[in-house]
Design a protein around this ligand. Structure first.
Ligand code: GRF
Length: 207
């Protein structure tokens, strides 16, 4: 499976994918490229260290959003990916890309969708909202990307306990370590082995 990973920040989810490919917990898979909208993303350094083609395509480099969208799509198409993985990617995906790669784009979100998701819920804000609501359990979700924000068919979820005295940073770290870095590689492994199908907005997994 040819996988392109889109990133915006530290790239710890990218690193989890690279490590899983290396040790074989993800088989039949090659990360063929990493694309970031942020030239300072440490994720780009992680890609370079792993010898993987890395590109920065930033909306700031284009007059019009449409030009950025075209540049992003051309960069992705040139990698000929079978699967696009959004790993902390904070830019809205062009709907033309979603149509072209229908059910071939997955995203990791740091909550149990449909809680604490949608516009404005990204990064620490997700965990601040979970703590403010006083939930006892949160977690992470891998879902297929559709035209909405965090609204596509759910593929995998993993629950994480919230502990007394958790700060947003501490909770974010636990959700990453115990959930994100496990279910994102697992999702790619399942797809790479043909175990996943989407039907009527529901995801079927052959275990
Ligand atoms: C984190 O907030 C993570 O929960 C979410 O994306 C952000 C960046 O993660 N999935 P990463 O370290 O760049 O993978």
């Amino acid at each position: 499976l040819r996988v392109a990973v889109l990133v915006s920040g530290g790239g710890t989810n990218l690193q989890a994918i690279l490590d899983a490919v290396k040790v074989g917990t993800i088989d039949n898979t090659e990360v063929v490229g990493v694309i970031s909208n942020n030239k300072n993303a440490y994720a780009l350094i992680r890609a370079q260290k792993a010898g993987i083609e890395a590109h920065c395509v930033s909306p700031k480099d284009f007059e019009e959003r449409g030009e950025f969208n075209t540049a992003l799509m051309d960069t992705i198409d040139a990698l000929c990916p079978d699967l696009i993985v959004l790993a902390g990617f904070l830019v809205v995906i062009p709907s033309e890309l979603i149509r072209k790669y229908e059910n071939r784009i997955i995203n990791i979100h740091p909550s149990l969708i449909p809680s604490f998701c949608g516009k404005g819920y990204y990064g620490l804000k997700v965990h601040e909202a979970a703590l403010a609501r006083g939930v006892k359990v949160t977690g992470a979700t891998v879902h297929f990307v559709d035209e909405g924000t965090d609204t596509g068919p759910i593929l995998l979820q993993k629950a994480v306990e919230v502990r007394t005295g958790d700060t947003p940073e501490v909770l974010q770290r636990r959700v990453m370590e115990e959930a994100e870095w496990r279910i994102l590689p697992e999702a790619i492994h399942l797809i790479a082995n043909g175990k996943v199908a989407v039907k009527d907005g529901q995801v079927m997994i052959q275990k």
